[in-house]
Structure formats: C-alpha cells, structure tokens
Design a protein around this ligand. Sequence first.
Ligand code: PAF
Length: 285
Amino acid sequence: MKIITTPAEMQCRSDAIRRAGKRIAFVPTMGFLHEGHLSLMREGRRRAEVVVASIFVNPTQFGPNEDFGRYPRAFERDCALMQEVPVDIVFAPAPEAMYPAGAQTWVEVAEITKGLCGAHRPGHFRGVTTVVAKLFNIVKPHYAIFGEKDFQQLRAIQRMVKDLNFDLEIVPMPTVRESDGLALSSRNAYLSAAERERALSLSRALEAARREFAAGARDPRALVRAACAVLSATPEIRLEYIEAVDSESLASIARVERPVVVAIATHVGKTRLIDNAVFTPPPPG
Ligand code: PAF
C-alpha cells in the first residue's frame, strides 16, 4: 500500500493508472476508520482495479466551536485496517498542501445545504464540497463511494457532481450499524458507556418512524411525532433537529408520495450524532 502526501504526486499517479486503462475507486475519509468506511473500500475493490482512500481531517468543514482539534486520529491503525481490504493508495496530505496560503476559492451547493445540518453548522457543507471537489481533481476517480449515514452530505455531493460536470459516478452505500442499531461513526469514540446507551435512542426513534410508516402514515408530521415519542424518553440527550423531508431535494413535504428521509441530529453529552432512515411508498395501484 503506497502512501502519498502531495497533490502533485497523487495526480501523477492517477494519470499513470488511467493511461494504463485501469479504473480508480475512491473513498474520501477523515480517518479513525470503522467498519462503515471499510465497507465503502470493499465496494471500491469490487468496482475498480485500483482503490484509493484519503485520510484528511478537513479544517474548513469544522466551525470555530466544533471538534476539529480533538477529532480522533489514528493513522497507523487506519493503515493496518486499509491494508486488509486491501487499499492500494492512501492519500494523506497535510493541511498546508490542501489549502496553500492565498487559497480563496469555494464550492458551494446552494439549496440542498440550507436545512437540516446546514442550518445548524454554518459553513460546514461549503467546507465539505470544496475539499471533495479538490480531492476529485487530485485523485481523478471513476467511482467515489460515500455512506448514506451523512445523507445531506451525499445529496450535496451528488448535486455538485451534476452541476459541475465531474466525470465520475457517485456510489451511495447503506449505513453500517452495530448489532443493537447504533450507526457507526468515528465520533462514537467520544461516548461513555452511559452516553452510548442514550445514543441508541436515535436508531430506536427511526424504527418507531418506520413502524408508523409501515402502518400507513403518510403525513411527515406523524413520522416525526412517532420518533419524538422515543427520543423524549431519553431526556439527557439534546435534540438539535428531527425532520421528514423529500429524500432527493431535502425540501419540506406536505405528504409522503415519494421516498422520504427522516433525519435526526442530537447532542449526547458533548458529542453530536446524526442518523437517518429512508422510507419508500409502494407504487400506487
Ligand atoms: O464524511 C467525511 O468523512 C468527510 O465529510 C469527507 C467526505 C471525507 C470530506 O472531508
């Protein structure tokens, strides 16, 4: 497994891979890998001859009072895990290599990033889409693989790829969960045992919304109410938002007639956790 740290060397390597007629699958990450990331890398392995993963804790997607400084980092451990997939190339640039002095260009997806997490994390998605656009230009992948756990991020990146004519395919992959339902996240490492127990209320709330939907509810407020009833049984967690919106545009809906995503963000102690579930109504008739 080759480790590359400069954009110029990565671009050179990707050009050579493409010239040799091979396809590149790319998994961008911020490291502290878990089974969710590894499932994306294995999907990359299935699709392409060369798998590239990046590890870069991107400063521009963190707000001033967020966890950039304490975001968990474990490069050696991450490399050992990636070697098992196996990943072929790890791109791990320094912040100065990605944002040299004088950088002043941003990529911003306007509408999709307004609500949900975007309403609570100003500038977050601008940081995400800017770094992902840069990574696409550096790694030059044929496929880029993203988890559905960061649902709004996935939709913003899909929109960006369409709007800016990036010549690659975005491959969405399902959220990986612990056996008790907790969605895997690098931030789960922050949770104490008691907080981890409280964090289960997110997936349980989504399950309650799923039951409501399966019982025929098509009013998005009914899905939210069912989820809220579960969340309110754990008063120690602080709900940031819960919404049921159109799963493509992320816009508000009056009635579920197309796939709907129920998305939740909460604070469990000092840790911000998100989760979501998509429900698809059966075709009419
Ligand atoms: O999902 C993440 O880990 C990050 O937001 C990403 C896509 C690697 C961009 O920094």
